[in-house]
Design a protein around this ligand. Structure first.
Ligand code: AMP
Length: 226
């Protein structure tokens, strides 16, 4: 069983790295932000409660987030473990989490603010199927259109310069105490997230003594490999 927390500022590649790790090692990727976005998109009661906060890039209340995380983890569909992404985001959430779960490691992706701005402002999302693009690293073939479904590409509402500046300030003030709390338990690995996604993934694997990642296989699950 492998249980990891992945932390890093917006645009540091948490989602990408979590997916590469999870798909290959059969872990469940739990993105709290994705859960909230799903509820907003599907107009659920929870979606209505968090819609404004998510759009503004503000943190949802701790009680609500903790319920969402507990409910998700109680599904127990993570036979081989999980990578939780976007949680905990402050000290209280970290303490709550550590009371209930032992974790094997904290992957802390480190990216300078200037690089965060460059990456985040280039992010695009398909308005129909949700596929991610980046105008620096992963451009669509036809400008403004999704390669998969032809849907219109849009920016996430919380990827605007104003929201980003506030999120960066907020992130540093809240996440540093979380990193310190985990560091006290000696399983935080800070990884330089400026490199390309495969190099970052290899570094994560090496630091946690996990099987090396083979980029030529495109991150396909281990059981599909010949
Ligand atoms: P993310 O995709 O991780 O950037 O999260 C998107 C949004 O979901 C955040 O801006 C918050 O509004 C909300 N959110 C996600 N995770 C948390 C958390 N741990 N605590 C509070 N709000 C969260």
């Amino acid at each position: 069983m492998r249980k990891y927390v992945i932390m890093g500022v917006q645009g540091s590649g948490k989602g990408t790295q979590s997916k590469l790790l999870a798909d290959d090692l059969d872990l469940v990727h739990i993105s709290v932000g994705d859960i909230f976005r799903w509820h907003v998109k599907n107009h659920t009661k929870l979606g209505a409660q968090v819609r404004r906060l998510v759009a503004a890039g503000e943190l949802v209340g701790d009680d609500l987030v903790e319920d969402v995380v507990s409910d998700r983890l109680h599904l127990h569909d993570w036979n081989y473990g999980f990578v939780i992404d976007g949680f905990p985001r402050n000290r209280r959430q970290a303490e709550f989490f550590l009371e209930s779960y032992d974790i094997d490691g904290v992957i802390h992706l480190d990216l300078p603010d200037e690089e965060v701005r460059r990456r985040v402002l280039a992010r695009r999302l398909c308005s129909q199927c949700g596929m991610d693009y980046n105008l620096i690293a992963h451009r669509p073939e036809v400008e403004g259109r999704c390669d998969v479904c032809g849907g219109e590409l849009v920016s996430r509402e919380d990827d605007s310069p104003d929201v980003l500046a506030r999120r960066l300030r907020d992130y540093h003030s809240k996440i540093d105490p979380v990193v310190d709390l985990f560091r006290g338990k000696e399983y935080v690995m800070t990884i330089d997230a400026r490199a390309d996604k495969f190099t970052v993934q290899q570094t994560i694997r090496a630091r946690f003594n996990l099987p090396p990642f083979d980029p030529s296989r495109g991150g396909e699950p281990a059981e599909l490999r010949s």
